[in-house]
Design a binder for this molecule. Structure first.
Ligand SMILES: C[S@@+](CC[C@H](N)C(=O)[O-])C[C@H]1O[C@@H](n2cnc3c(N)ncnc32)[C@H](O)[C@@H]1O
Length: 282
């Protein structure tokens, strides 16, 4: 079977399995199975698949049809301008989180002085930290996560993105182990209400770790902890930018105010939903 025929068959199989982005997922899985770039698929579509390529493509299609996200099957995901490694036990970074990066970059640029110390609380794969370090090449970054798997994933992506000489990762709960201050603090904490987790799409529920999703009874536990702790580690004039879920903007701003922070800016995601807000000490 040629690459073009395999692609058509793969798309049909995923469509029949009710996979939403069947066309694009089949393409990404075939590129991965053949180890080629997108151009080769177009220019060399008549080339037959080797047996190992065909086996790998078939296995990947079965995994996708069973609900495993494509990024987890191929082990990578584009984020911001970067190509990140994705691994089991760690949140698969989402394109929507680029809203938080856009916001953080905007407020940092507006402040007149690029941030020298950046902190990512709940760094997961290291997506936010790597993106911000790639934007501010004079900055040093710290990532904190409670999960050992997330800390290892962050370390690996920091090295992959070429910012390993400007970053450190710490396994701890939020700010408990931190000393010193930071000019820019970001966080995309767990914010799903505990009762809603069972009803999430299987791609999320069965593959993203509970520690990355579960925000407690009202989804806001992490924000309470963060807004109580972050003001004491913000540099004078520093900013704290957070991501949140659908319709959480008001609650998040209220909790920030309780912690002595005022909102200075916000950003929407690709669907036009409020997704991130930035705060400064009152
Ligand atoms: C929604 S994920 C965000 C991951 C990454 N920043 C991103 O945007 O893709 C939340 C992260 O917070 C971490 N986390 C949960 N509770 C934590 C705590 N008490 N202290 C530090 N990290 C925590 C989880 O392990 C997970 O990696």
């Amino acid at each position: 079977m040629s690459r073009a025929e395999a692609l058509a068959a793969g798309r049909g199989y995923l469509r029949n399995s009710q996979v939403e982005a069947a066309n694009e997922d089949a393409r990404l899985l075939l590129l991965d199975a053949c180890g080629v770039d997108p151009v080769a698929l177009v220019t060399d579509g008549g080339r037959p698949l080797t047996e190992p390529e065909a086996d790998r493509f078939a296995t990947s299609l079965d995994r996708r049809a069973a609900g495993e996200p494509t990024s987890r099957i191929i082990g990578r995901r584009p984020f911001w301008s970067l190509d990140l490694a994705v691994r089991a036990g760690v949140l698969d970074p989402r394109a929507d989180s680029e809203a938080l990066v856009r916001l953080a970059v905007r407020i940092a640029n507006r402040s007149g002085a690029p941030p020298r110390r950046i902190l990512d609380l709940g760094c997961g794969s290291g997506a936010l930290l790597c993106a911000l370090l790639s934007e501010f090449d004079g900055a040093y970054g710290v990532g904190v996560d409670l999960s050992a798997e997330a800390c290892a994933a962050s370390q690996a992506n920091i090295a992959k993105c070429g910012v390993g000489d400007r970053a450190a990762v710490l396994r701890a709960s939020w700010c408990e182990a931190l000393t010193g201050s930071f000019d820019l603090v970001v966080s995309n904490p767990p914010y799903i209400r505990a009762a809603d987790i069972a009803g999430l799409d299987r791609e999320v529920r069965d593959h993203d770790p509970p520690l990355a999703l579960d925000g407690g009874e009202d989804g806001l536990d992490a924000y309470r902890a963060l807004f109580a702790a972050v003001p004491r580690i913000l540099s004078p004039g520093g900013a704290f930018a957070v991501e949140f879920g659908f319709r959480q903007e008001g609650d998040v701003a209220r909790l920030a105010a309780v912690g002595g922070l005022r909102k200075i800016d916000s950003e929407r995601d690709f669907s036009g939903r409020d997704r991130a807000s930035a705060f400064a000490v009152v």
